[in-house]
Every structure is written in structure tokens, then in C-alpha cells.
Write a protein that binds this ligand. Sequence first.
Ligand SMILES: [Zn+2]
Length: 636
Amino acid sequence: MKRSGLPFIGGVGAMAVTLVLASCSGEEKKTETTDKQKEELVLIHSHAQPAESKVTHLSWDADVDFEKKQLRATATYELENAPDADRFILDVRNLNIETVSVDGEPTDKWWLGEGGDYFGQGLEVEIKPTTKQVSISYSTNPDAQALQWLNPQQTAGKEHPFLFTQSQAILARTWIPIQDSPGIRYTYDAHVSVPSGLMALMSASNPTEIDSTGEYDFKMEQPIPSYLMALAVGELRFQSIGDETGVYAEPSVLEAAAYEFEDMQKMLESAEEIYGAYAWERYDVLVLPPSFPFGGMENPRLTFATPTILAGDKSLTALIAHELAHSWSGNLVTNRTWNDFWLNEGFTVYFERRIMEAVYGKDYTAMLQVLGRQDLMKTLGELGEDSEDTHLKLDLDNRDPDDGMTDIAYEKGNAFLMMLEEAVGREAFDAFLNKHFEENAFKTTNTEEFVQRIKQDLLKNDAERYAELKIDDWIYGPGLPENAVKVESDAFSKVEANMEAWMVNDDLSAMDPTGWTTHHWLHFLRNLPDSITLAQMQQLDRAFGFTETGNSEIAAEWYVLALEQGYAPADDAIDAFLVDVGRRKFLVPIYSAMVEADPTLARARAVYAQARNNYHSVSVHTLDELLKWDEYDAES
Ligand SMILES: [Zn+2]
């Protein structure tokens, strides 16, 4: 995924480790869990007991009802059981379970455990060791946290409704009863019925044309973890880019998206040259409406992406390289628990920049590295240099795993891998990572196993070298260790020189920004002195049109600055942006700057009241906390 920009907001709720089970007929049953099981439960943020009974294949048959904002579905699971298995446990949250059958026979031997907010409930079904199949009919609720139902007004076309899912980290359980842990993989097929005129797409083999019957079939033949389950429904069109690549979008967005992502096939081929064959056959990108809470989500075969990367000049396509890189790090080799999230994201940022280097060159990539390092230093500042949340190996037990999705996993993870690359040389490091991907394909791995690989395969058991590289400090310690590779960009030095010339001469014509991309401007805006005056801001705005820019990255940076400096001419544009765009990475800093400027929260809450319905639950969750929305809602 890319990228949260999420501040740590304290853990909420406690995880149920003993399931007090209430049967569908009201009878109570209590299961004792052993210490070992407790440990597993906490570690994997799931109620599932895969050692006893594990899903190997899911068949999902669903009806999409836009009027009721509801999915009605039957999920059929093929099982792999231990010799003494007597129960199959799934994760559910906010679902209406209707009927359950075991090997085709209806049963009432199923129980829902106690509720626990983000953690949901365990759904336990009595089985025998010989049970092959369990089937569950259920429906979702209109406020299902993974699902975002958009009315036509919230789409580009304004004519048809739209639905999309976001399952990571543990929201798949709000639309499918599932063993919702990154450590459990299964294959799936699906049949989905949607209103005529709409297209359905999943993280699977996909149609390229609208079927007038509204009936669609899907197959995912490579085993995936549940956080990669994805569905989107809308008035969508497809355009091919290369042999294995293409783009889906609403009709009015399609052309711009195809232009922006023109280099996708080249990116795919470069990625294969670095880390071996692409395992998922096709790589397509779906451009969603602007309420999508993330930059992108690496749903296999079909990345979900925000339209805010359509800059018109291909300058934000590093995000596509990022999601593509997840086809290896994350989707192929998966973090075993969310405490190991850096194995998904740090690897992916490292790999993203390698792809960008191969396609666009070293100078371009140097800019990405510097901006990434700036993000990291900012996050370290916010979390505090000593915070345990700045360790690569996280401790998210008893916390919502979404809390761990900060720049630490992404940029400190990347910095760690850059340090290793520099220490052993690129050739040796690539050979090491190739082996890592090959040997762990379609499996999970955790931090401890990876550290073991570094010791044995990369450093050949040289303990002195291991200590010298401060590997334990990187992984189990806070902050950024001093042996991080320094990142520099010549292009950015020129940006700084331009800024200096303007400031010294007090004359904007001393600047020559010809050929500047989004990255140059971001560096420029981030490095303006605190002492900048409103007159200077107005000068800049007149010359470069920041307030009215259609480039979301530049807009977000400028709006934060405008709020910090009290630059009122940007106020209306800021409000409009917040109502339109739901990407959390932009929302959090802008709302935070608003709160800073007006600690009564009045201003921020006034915009949020208008915008909240346009946001997905993951953004709402973060902003409700930031703006103390519960208190406000109760008062008003
Ligand atoms: Zn990612």
C-alpha cells in the first residue's frame, strides 16, 4: 500500500483471547485457549486457528445491491484439517450471518464470539476432521468498514454509483467471513451480479468489457492472503497499454490514465530483470474516484489507485512502480504478521526506486530518495526519536494494525536495505534478494527469519561485520542509525540555488524553474523559510498558481503552508480539496495544520462535517480521532 501519512493514535480496545461463544440459538459455550494459542491469536490479529482447520480455497457468490448498500453472498470454503480438528474459525466483523452448512448439510452448530471493535468476532463452526467444505450465507451492513458506496455525484461520470473495497490491514472480515491473517493463503473463484451497465472487477482474472447481463466470473489461481481480496463495481472501461498491462477507469478519466501510465509495460519488464519472473500473469491498474483513502493498493493483478496521481506529466508514476513492486514484496513473499509490516513496505520502496532508476535514471531517483528521507525525518520527529514505534520490528499486539502504517516501515525499511546494498555491493545484494523471493514465493516470512538470512547468506556468519552494520539497532532500535546512506540530489541543489537567488534579490524573475517536475516543486515548498511573508506567498502564488493547481501533491504541500502562515486567499481551495479528495496522506497534514491554526477545532470540524461522507472508513477512523468527532457529534 502507499502511503498512509498516519500519525500514531493510541491503541484502542483489548483483544479477546478467550472466546466466550454465544450460539445462534442463544446457548453459551466457553472455549479455553492454551498459552500457545493465545500467543498466536494476538500475533496474527485473527481469531483463526489455522493449525486446526485452514481454508485452502474460497468460492464466493455475491449480489451487489446499491440501493441497500449491501452485499448478499454465499462463501464456500474448502478446508485442510488437523487429524483431531473439531472446529473451523473465521473472522467476522459487522456481518449478518444467516445460514451455515457443513459438507452441503445445513447446521446450527456455529457460534459467534464476543465482539471487539476493530478485531471483530470469531465465527466458530463445528466440523469433523473429515469435513471438506463449509458454506456460509450472509449479508453486509451499509457501514461495512472495507466497503465504500459512492453515489453518482461522487464519481467522475456523475451517472452511475460506484463501489470499492479496501481490505488491508484487517478489514476483509467486514465483507467476507474469512481467516483474516496475512499468514493464511488460499485461492479463490467468484461469481458477482451487479446492476446492468456496470463492470465488476476483482483481484483476479478480469473482464475487459461491460457485460449487459451484469454477471461476472473471476478466478485467482495463485494463493493470496485475505488482505488482498478486492472488488470494485462501476461504469468502467479498459484500455490496453502493453502485452500484459492495461488500465481501467471511468470513461472520462480513461485517456488521461492511459497517458499517465504509458510506461507500465516498461516498468514491468525492468522489474522482472531485477527480481525474476512476474508471478501473476497480468498487471493492470484501476483508477478509482478521489475518495480512495490510499495512494494505491497492491491488489494482485489489479492495483487500485487514487486519481490524485494523474498529474498530466507522468511525474507521480513512482506510485505505479511501488504497487507493481508489491507483486514481489508483499504479494509473493508476505509479512507473516503486521508487526513485520516493514518486510512488505520497506522492500517495496527499495524495489520501487530500483524500477524508477532502471526506467527514468539515477538523477530522477535521487529526488525520490531525498523526498522520502524528508518524510522519514518528519515522521521520526513526530513520533519521537526514542519511540518504539520507530523500530522496524513493531509491537502492535492489542492495537489496531492500521496504527503501524507509518513512514517508518516504508522509508526506514528502505534506508536499511540501501545500507545493506552499499555494504555488500549491488550484485551480491541482488543475488541475495533474488534468492529470498525465490525461496519464499507464495509463503510468509517474518523479521527474525530475515535477520537469520542476513547473517547466513549475506554476511556468511561474520559476527563482527553484523555488529559493525548495526543491524540490531536498525531493526530493534529507534530512530535512524548513523550508518544510513546519505541521499543527495543535484537537481534539488539547483532548486535551493534558485530559491536563494529569489530571496537575496527579492525578485522572482531571478528564478528559472523551466523543466521543474512535481518533485522539484515539492522540494521548493518544503524548504521555504518559516520567515516567509504573506506578500512573498502572494508573489509565488501569482507566478506559479499554487492555490489553483490541479497537482494534488503540490496542492497539499501548499495548503499546509498556507494554513501555517495564515494565507487566506487559499482558504476556499483548501475546503474544496478536502471535500473532494479522500486520500489520507493529504488529509492528515492539512487537517492537522487547521487544528494548529485554530485549536478550538471549529474550522476543521466545519469542513469535516461536509466532507466526512466522502471519505472511506480508514480515513474517517483517523480523522475522527484527530478532530475528537465523537464529542462534537454528541454535542451537535
Ligand atoms: Zn506499499
